[in-house]
Design a protein around this ligand. Structure first.
Ligand SMILES: *[C@@H]1O[C@H](CO)[C@@H](O)[C@H](O)[C@H]1NC(C)=O
Ligand SMILES: *[C@@H]1O[C@H](CO)[C@@H](O)[C@H](O)[C@H]1NC(C)=O
Length: 328
């Protein structure tokens, strides 16, 4: 009799654990199938771009097409500030075609585009940018606040970094941000951090990349995002995330210490040449380029290569990471 009760409470406990772990991570998940026979993955990263082709956006797009073809890319990642100045007005805003569909026309760019939102996108109608209506207009478009994308040996954790930034709430200047579905802010942030931490901990991918709009470590105009250093960085460090990839500063940048998370900025999709860079330890600052451009990444089981290009398609910098412990 006593044993029966014990067995009952043990199975109840398992039931509870199953129920809790099944319901905890609310991040949407999707898979991008691996098509190459060696299992490798190639993609481009561009940020801060939607200006109807202006400020060299079209030239960057053209070079992305050429590099995309050379690498036979699987998809493109957008790190936010997709539509300037104030996001999209609605699902029928012609800026969607003028800044996206009619600009990234090269055949090699006719792939899925996985996008997060930037602060400028939050100045418009956020739900419009997340809407399936846009995907019906252009099948490539996939934008969410936060989500997990699995592709073979890589798992990407896309994070909405906008609500972390205090000044958008306390000192928004003349800007209006669309915080519908974000408030209350504290709960949004704590749920997001919790879901992200859980999703990364559960991940069995060889490579773990986190993608957001705002820089954590950056020598660019905006400087480091202290809220992300305080709240997001510990999650990346604890879970040994390989790369953090962002935009926001309109530059190309690589900050990193060997053996730790590398910080890659690809915010050169259109307007650039701000002309300022903040002091940074030169041992860590491997690249700072103030002008336009984009990045490519090529991932195999044992290595990630990342390359930065300017508007002429010239390689500005390249670097790689290896998984040394693979055979242990
Ligand atoms: C376009 O790119 C060229 C080459 O980098 C640069 O000299 C020029 O200033 C850029 N134009 C704009 C508007 O940024
Ligand atoms: C707000 O807009 C007004 C009028 O356009 C301008 O004079 C002022 O400098 C702006 N304030 C900020 C903080 O940008």
């Amino acid at each position: 009799m006593k044993m029966g009760i014990g067995r009952f409470s043990v199975s109840l406990m398992f039931l509870c654990i199953f129920f809790i772990s099944g319901s905890l991570s609310k991040l949407q998940r999707l898979k991008h199938p691996v098509t190459k026979s060696d299992g490798s993955l190639s993609f481009l990263v561009v940020g801060d771009w939607g200006r109807q082709g202006e400020f060299n956006q079209s030239i960057v797009a053209h070079q992305m097409g050429i590099v995309g073809e050379q690498l036979d890319i699987d998809f493109v990642i957008s790190v936010g500030d997709n539509f300037y100045e104030d996001g999209l007005k609605g699902e029928t805003d012609p800026a969607f075609e003028a800044s996206f569909s009619h600009i990234y026309t090269h055949p090699s760019l006719q792939k899925h585009w996985y996008a997060v939102l930037g602060n400028h996108d939050y100045r418009g109608n956020v739900e419009a940018q997340l809407s399936h209506v846009l995907t019906q207009k252009d099948w490539r478009w996939f934008c969410r606040r936060s989500f997990v994308l699995s592709s073979g040996m890589v798992e990407f954790f896309f994070v909405d970094t906008n609500p972390f930034v205090e000044k958008y709430f306390t000192d928004p200047g003349n800007h209006t941000y669309d915080w519908s579905n974000v408030l209350p802010r504290d709960r949004y942030i704590s749920n997001l951090l919790h879901d992200l931490d859980l999703a990364i901990k559960k991940s069995r991918a060889t490579w773990k990349f986190v993608v957001g709009h705002h820089g954590i470590k950056t020598a660019g105009h905006h400087g480091v995002t202290q809220e992300l250093i305080d709240q997001l960085l510990p999650v990346l460090e604890e879970n040994k995330v390989d790369l953090y990839i962002n935009g926001h500063d309109h530059c190309l940048q690589h900050i990193g210490t060997d053996g730790e998370t590398q910080f890659l900025t690809s915010g050169g999709g259109s307007k650039a040449w701000r002309g300022d860079v903040q002091p940074w330890d030169p041992k860590e600052l491997k690249l700072y380029y103030d002008g336009q451009g984009f990045m490519s990444l090529h991932v195999t089981r044992s290595q990630v290569n990342f390359v930065y290009y300017d508007v002429f398609g010239n390689v500005l910098h390249q670097s790689s990471l290896s998984k040394r412990s693979l055979l242990l």
